[in-house]
Write a new protein. Structure first.
Length: 219
């Protein structure tokens, strides 16, 4: 399919020129694949003894066709191109385009999908609750001190609970302690208010006792 024809153009270049002349657009890979598929069907129809679907399918399995889109062939499972070296391009995040197949021509390792589908689902659902990272299998790798399937448990919290268990400090005791501290605080506030009122009353009493009878208009 790299054979030069029609003024030095390859069959692929010839297809691109004809397609653009007919449609006004540059053909994409889907257009090339569709036409290559028609070529494969045409080749199968030529060898099929009838137009029955089963016999056409059997003929397609034996198709070995060289086209502008490359070699077309099928394996026993009906997969296309398994026995031929198609060039596969890979675009990375920075926009770099590299060949990953065939191996003899590859200049970068295949990364697909990246991240993997289990890893994507793990990240999209916040499976690790912000306390870890998802690996390629969608399993949480928790950061210290978190652990558990979803990194929802903490060793620090566990240590506190362990101390409470060792001291037999149940929820009732904690509630009683809180109530006691609250009562002490209320009592302290009341005591301060009482002392302030008592001081004010003492000062008023002193002022009243130092005044003479004449100060109140008595003769």
């Amino acid at each position: 399919y790299q054979r030069r024809v029609h003024g030095g153009r390859t069959p692929g270049e010839e297809f691109s020129a004809v397609y653009k002349s007919a449609t006004g657009n540059v053909p994409n890979y889907q257009a090339a694949n569709y036409l290559a598929g028609f070529y494969a069907i045409q080749a199968a129809l030529k060898t099929s003894p009838s137009l029955k679907s089963e016999q056409i399918i059997n003929s397609l399995k034996n198709v070995h066709l060289s086209s502008f889109a490359g070699f077309i062939g099928f394996d026993s499972y009906g997969r296309v191109g398994q026995s031929y070296d198609f060039v596969t391009l890979q675009y990375t995040g920075d926009g770099t385009c590299s060949a990953v197949t065939p191996v003899i021509r590859a200049n970068q390792d295949l990364i697909y999908p990246s991240p993997t589908y289990p890893q994507r689902e793990c990240m999209d659902t916040n499976k690790c609750t912000g306390h870890g990272e998802c690996d390629e299998e969608g399993i949480c790798l928790c950061t210290n001190p978190w652990y558990g399937v979803n990194c929802e448990q903490s060793t620090e919290k566990r240590a506190v609970l362990k101390v409470l268990e060792q001291t037999n400090c149940s929820g009732y005791y904690v509630a009683a302690l809180i109530f006691f501290l609250f009562s002490v605080a209320i009592f302290g506030i009341a005591l301060v208010i009482f002392k302030s009122w008592r001081h004010w009353l003492t000062e008023k009493t002193k002022t009243f006792s130092t005044r003479s009878a004449g100060d109140y208009g008595c003769s």
